[in-house]
Design a protein around this ligand. Structure first.
Ligand SMILES: C[S@@+](CC[C@H](N)C(=O)[O-])C[C@H]1O[C@@H](n2cnc3c(N)ncnc32)[C@H](O)[C@@H]1O
Length: 279
């Protein structure tokens, strides 16, 4: 028989031995999920004994995490800004830097009461749903090439009560939706160069969909698409890799965008490039 304190200690040790980068927090979240308690409640009842079913559930979750499956996939959900999104192996786990992308989008949309927004490569729907939930007038078209990602994004939109302001469309980053015009095009396209994949953490390298990670030159493709779809004065906002911001800003200038601006994420890394389409 194991109590919560003992289970927490043993879980943390298993995760440490597996090389998991944040074993303490992960142990708290996995134990909390197994027994149905919040992280803080775990510490309020340290001597509560786990039932056999809870112990089995915990073992199954920890085994998955110890194989370096991303925590978000093991938990089945992940926080993104104010939303709790369902997340699984069909989609990229939404990242903190992408929350900063949404900040820039909302700043650019602030003066527009009913903006039309296009999210290219929506995955779980993180960016599209955050914009729709934080800008009450925004209408968002969310595009992805993958059926699985779109199905999950639809579930997330329904759970957030946002299906009336989100259109989910199967399509390609490089192909324009005929007739539609937008005030903002946002994208976090795949931008890990093929040769860099091997150097990434196992959680990313071995588990997240390659179609969501690996890409070269897709910022240009998104820029070309946006140039055909933006209204005059509209904006493009792109998430970029660590060393890519100056190059992507130059590409946007070359495509005819103006007012290029590079912003940092909360860690101070230049990860967001934006510009305006004036004509
Ligand atoms: C880096 S993930 C971003 C997911 C989500 N927007 C986020 O920020 O968490 C890129 C997404 O683009 C999609 N994608 C990759 N290539 C694509 C293409 N050629 N056309 C449309 N979507 C594509 C992938 O399926 C994936 O969902």
């Amino acid at each position: 028989m194991t109590d919560l304190r003992g289970a927490l200690r043993a879980t943390r040790r298993r995760l440490e031995e597996a090389g998991v980068p944040s074993p303490r927090v992960d142990a708290e979240l996995l134990l909390g999920a197994a027994v149905g308690l919040s992280r803080t409640r775990l510490y309020a009842e340290p001597q509560r004994v786990l039932s056999a079913e809870e112990a089995r559930r915990l073992d199954s979750l920890v085994t998955r995490r110890a194989s370096r499956e991303p925590l978000a996939y093991v938990l089945g959900e992940w926080g993104f800004r104010g939303l709790t999104l369902k997340i699984d192996a069909r989609v990229l786990v939404p990242r903190p830097e992408t929350e900063c992308v949404v900040d820039r989008c909302l700043a650019l949309l602030r003066a527009l009461p009913r903006p039309d927004v296009l999210d290219l490569g929506t995955g779980s729907g993180a960016i599209a749903l955050a914009i729709a939930s934080e800008h009450p007038g925004a209408q968002v078209v969310a595009v992805d090439s993958e059926r699985g990602a779109l199905a999950l994004a639809r579930e997330n939109a329904a759970a957030a009560g946002l299906l009336d302001r989100i259109s989910l469309v199967r399509g390609d980053l490089g192909r324009a939706a005929p007739g539609a015009r937008f005030d903002l095009v946002v994208s976090n396209p795949p931008y890990v160069r093929p040769g860099e994949l091997g150097s990434l953490e196992p959680e990313v390298r071995d588990w997240e969909p390659k179609i969501a990670l690996v890409g070269d030159g897709l910022h240009r493709l998104v820029g070309e698409t946006a140039s055909a779809l933006l209204r005059p004065g509209g904006s493009i906002v792109l998430e970029v890799g660590d060393d890519q911001a100056p190059g992507v800003a130059a590409v946007l200038t070359e495509l005819g965008f103006a007012g290029g601006r590079i912003s940092a994420d909360l860690g101070g890394r230049d990860r967001i490039v934006e510009a305006q389409w004036l004509t």
